[in-house]
Design a protein around this ligand. Structure first.
Ligand code: AGP
Length: 609
């Protein structure tokens, strides 16, 4: 949560900071602010609301100077307001800080500092960091930041400037992301690389408990004891265009359309039809280890958790390994049964979701080997896991996850096929049939995206309804939950995902003509049962939209409206079913008018517990 940026160089900092914040606005949009060193002091400008209101404020008199920091906020401590907006400063405005994370001992520090005469003007935990650094400052900002960080509990990425040291930015981090972009005579800082991709693709991912001193000429790093630290430079293969809307009205729609490409990229080099094999270099799990796994625990949140539900079905079906799935936020508090024969699979688009990363650490500490399925190279999940399977979705900017979900599904299918190959749990004909079907998925998703005018008509019919119930069976229970989540988060409508067989145990009571039911009824072992469930809803005056296969005529007699997806293996159908569910959510939300890419109260990357 919260996006931070920094710039030091020879260009005017203000437009670079604003541009960086635009690309990080998905991380929070309750308020925004920048601070620019202008030769005399630090010019701080802040505004509640989205970045656009800060831009309006700066329009006629932007701050001038070539060094600065910026912030876009997702409120944790203190309501969204001008006073609580970052940057925050010390007592005399000599030290200014932007922060992402939560300083857990801020109250204790605040009381101590206030007793020592420090005057606070906001309700935030961040302001404490500014005053704490001030209390350690005697002409050396780096040392003051280092000493202050040793006193902080919790998570932080801090980017700090001082009026008396205008030739440097000092950054520090623990558990919150911070990347340095290396330029020529100029350097950039950001919560993620999207902040500076336009200027450089050379990046350094900073370590936990590290201090980085950034000057125009370069950077130096140390740990909290002051020992020098060396870090490799990574070359980022995303380009700036990938983080643009590219002619689409919203990032979400663009990202839905990117799924065929993203799925192909995620398969590339891993699934080879010529060699009849799946290869997963980077997974870093030996064949012997795969044979000795006696259980898998998947750790994820939100949409990634829904991907893990489908992954469980696929791995159990193909590899016969028991799989436990858990919300990351629950796993850590229930002393999970995990040991050295357990494989932990951590699924996270950002690789920075705090609950997921803490779950990862918990499983690792209990002896499990950990594999991360993540979209962000160098993210915490990637760095802290034993092996990584990257989803090559490219930057996902819309808060509502779409291409990250389907590529996570693809990655989990690849793992399932690979483990089955090593463990010998599939006969070769079946394995070949599945590999062929997987190979076809991107093209089939493309077919859905080539023409969905019917779907727009359907969405227009339903956007005034009171809510939606999504029902499915088997692996598509994940689709039902994900479909409901999509509509909830961007249209603020009531929606629930339910196992169709559970309807009669309660939820069917909600059915009335203004509460629509979306039934996933693609070909499967339980297709006939789904038809029965649709009948039950219809018998209670419910209105049913079915997601069914292209050639299914039977469904016409059951559902009020039908959205079509091509036939595939049941196990892989969640990828295709996701596409109309995402489009439905998008067009229903469009009809209702909320901010689709930046829904209220949410942030893309959740780095608080
Ligand atoms: C879904 O649309 C959300 N963006 C959210 O549920 C998300 O999937 C969750 O916060 C997990 O994020 P991660 O994949 O980056 O860990």
């Amino acid at each position: 949560m919260c996006g931070i940026v920094g710039y030091i160089g020879r260009q005017q900092a203000c437009p670079i900071l604003i541009d960086g914040l635009k690309r990080l606005e998905y991380r929070g949009y309750d308020s925004a602010g920048i601070a620019v060193l202008d030769g005399d002091g630090i010019d701080v400008r802040r505004s509640v609301g989205k970045l656009a209101s800060l831009e309006r404020m700066l329009e006629n008199c932007p701050p001038t100077g070539c060094v600065g920091v910026g912030h876009t906020r997702w409120a944790t401590h203190g309501r969204p307001s001008d006073e609580n907006a970052h940057p925050h400063s010390d007592c005399n405005g000599g030290i200014t800080v932007v922060h992402n994370g939560i300083i857990e001992n801020y109250m204790e520090l605040k009381n101590r500092l206030a007793a020592g005469g420090h005057v606070f003007t906001s309700e935030t935990d961040t302001e404490v960091a500014a005053h704490l650094i001030e209390s350690h400052y005697s002409g050396d900002l780096t040392e003051a930041v280092r000493l202050a960080c040793r006193e902080l509990d919790g998570s932080f990425a801090l980017v700090v400037v001082a009026r008396d040291e205008p030739d440097r930015i000092v950054a520090a981090r623990r558990h919150s992301p911070l990347v340095i972009g290396l330029g020529d005579g100029e350097q950039f800082l950001g919560s993620d690389v999207a902040a500076f991709l336009k200027y450089t693709r050379r990046a350094i991912y900073t370590d936990d408990d590290s201090i980085t001193v950034v000057t125009r000429e370069g950077i130096s790093m140390m740990d909290l004891d002051g020992n020098a630290v060396e870090k490799d430079v990574s070359n980022i293969d995303w380009d700036a265009g990938m983080a643009e809307r590219g002619g689409y009205e919203h990032f979400m729609l663009k990202e839905i359309h990117e799924q065929p490409r993203a799925l192909r990229e995620t398969m590339r080099g891993r699934l080879s039809l010529e060699n009849d094999r799946v290869e997963l270099p980077g997974l870093n799990v030996t064949d012997d280890e795969i044979r000795n796994i006696d259980r898998i625990v998947m750790i994820a949140c939100g949409t990634a958790y829904h991907a893990s539900m489908a992954g469980k079905y696929a791995i159990e079906a193909l590899c016969r390994i028991p799989v436990e799935i858990d919300f990351a936020s629950e796993l850590r508090y229930r002393n999970p049964i995990v040991d050295e024969h357990t494989l932990g699979i951590v699924i996270s688009q950002s690789g920075e979701t705090l609950d997921t990363v803490v779950g990862l650490r918990e499983a690792k500490q209990k002896g499990a080997k950990i594999v991360a399925v993540t979209n962000v190279v160098g993210s915490m999940a990637a760095r802290e896991s034993d092996g990584v399977l990257y989803t090559y979705a490219g930057p996902e900017i819309a808060v509502a996850s779409t291409k990250a979900y389907t590529t996570q599904l693809m990655a989990l299918y690849l793992i399932a096929l690979y483990f089955a190959q090593v463990r010998g749990t599939l006969d070769e004909n079946c394995a070949r049939r599945l590999r062929d079907a997987l190979w076809e998925l991107p093209g089939q998703a493309e077919l859905i995206l080539n023409d969905y005018s019917d779907l727009i008509d359907v969405a227009q019919h339903y956007y005034c309804y009171n809510g939606f119930l999504y029902m499915a069976r088997g692996i598509n229970l994940a689709s039902a939950l994900e479909g409901a989540l999509k509509i909830k988060e961007i249209s603020y409508m009531h929606a629930e995902g339910y196992a169709a067989g559970e309807m009669k145990h309660g939820p069917i009571a909600m059915i009335d003509p203004t509460f629509a039911t979306v039934a996933v009824a693609v070909q499967s072992k339980t297709y006939d049962k789904m038809l029965g469930n649709i009948r039950e809803v219809k018998a209670r005056s419910g209105d049913v939209i079915a997601i069914a296969n292209t050639h299914d005529q039977v469904i016409n007699d059951y559902a009020d409206r039908v959205l079509r997806v091509p036939e595939t293996e049941e196990l892989f159908s969640p990828v295709l079913v996701a596409v109309p569910l995402q489009l439905m959510a998008y067009f229903v939300a469009k009809g209702r008018g909320p901010a689709i890419d930046q829904p209220r109260n949410l942030a893309k990357t959740v780095t608080v517990e």
